[in-house]
Write a protein that binds this ligand. Structure first.
Ligand code: C2E
Ligand code: MG
Ligand code: MG
Ligand code: MG
Length: 284
């Protein structure tokens, strides 16, 4: 009896695994097509000042529709990372962001944008060189030498600063010397080491929404958010609270000297046109 049950669950597990592998292979193929056809869409989620609730910038979040259905980035980004497709995808997202920043800036309405960068985009010396080259090429194409790259934030994750990433410190320094801002996304989720914060050149951290969403669940959860915020303040890092959905969460993070808020309480991610309509209304 036990044996039979064991064998059945083994077969079930095998089928599950096969189904997952097939889905991954299918999505990988479709991702490739989507890249060639520029079938991705950029969504924009406003980030507001904690003090004024005014929109300060927006995070660009990639969206992909396949046969009329949105595939979550939580599903397709890991597949893009495994297959290396994240490199051209990431490059495309950054180019789009820079083009938008340039256009708005020339129209006298500068907008700050942040984009997500995968650790997989820095895996080799060559990739790191290419990464920097893109910004150099972009700057060469601009007629104004004072183009403000400071309007761009790169959201990296803790994993980039772990492992034996010897060159990462100098890479981040080079990016920052062009004015680009560096933010540590999903702070507190990946690794338990904090030492990198003392050594690595970063500008801000984003407290992961997993922490924010537990604020109402008890004092121990609140203590974590408090500790992250006060440590960041001590290190003179700006802090964004991500995933703020309720008034209570908002009040708590405001009381803890968080600088900026991103979350459904204010805005959900939205298509480009909706975002530009929103900020042009706000500027009136
Ligand atoms: P992330 O960079 O941490 O982005 C924040 C995620 O939290 C977004 O999910 C956003 O929609 C969601 N979010 C923001 N506020 C709230 C809230 O109040 N409540 C809830 N429940 N969720 C909120 P999304 O758009 O599904 O993206 C998921 C992840 O996919 C991103 O997490 C990021 O790691 C990755 N991603 C998205 N676009 C890109 C990209 O262009 N490149 C790379 N490498 N990764 C990307
Ligand atoms: Mg992010
Ligand atoms: Mg995040
Ligand atoms: Mg996240």
């Amino acid at each position: 009896d036990v044996k039979l049950k064991g064998r059945n669950s083994y077969q079930f597990f095998n089928k599950e695994m096969q189904k997952n592998a097939e889905r991954t292979a299918y999505l990988q193929m479709e991702l490739n097509k989507a890249l060639n056809e520029e079938a991705f869409e950029l969504y924009f989620q406003p980030i507001v000042s904690a003090k004024t609730s005014k929109i300060e910038k927006a995070e660009i979040l990639l969206r992909w529709q396949l046969n009329g259905e949105f595939i979550s980035p939580e599903e397709f980004i890991p597949i893009a990372e495994q297959s290396g497709l994240i490199v051209p995808i990431g490059k495309w997202v950054r180019q789009q962001a820079l083009m938008i920043i340039a256009e708005c800036w020339r129209q006298g309405e500068p907008i700050a944008l942040s984009v997500n960068v995968s650790t997989c985009e820095f895996l080799t010396d060559d990739l790191q060189k290419q990464f920097l080259q893109c910004f150099e090429e972009f700057m060469d194409q601009q007629t104004e030498s004072d183009f403000p790259l400071s309007l761009l934030t790169l959201e990296i994750t803790e994993s980039l600063m772990m492992d034996q990433h010897q060159n990462i410190e100098s890479l981040l320094n080079q990016l920052r010397s062009c004015g680009i801002k560096i933010s540590v996304d999903d702070f507190g989720t990946g690794y338990s080491s904090l030492s990198y914060l003392a050594n690595f050149p970063v500008d801000q951290i984003k407290i992961d929404k997993a922490f924010i969403q537990k604020i109402e669940q008890g004092p121990r959860h609140r203590a974590l958010v408090e500790a992250i915020a006060s440590m960041s303040n001590a290190l003179e890092l700006a802090v964004t609270a991500e995933g703020v959905e309720t008034q209570a969460q908002l009040d708590f993070v405001k009381n803890n000297k968080v600088d900026a808020i991103q979350g459904y309480f204010f805005y959900k991610p939205m298509p480009q046109q909706a975002f530009f309509d929103l900020i042009s209304q706000n500027n009136l």
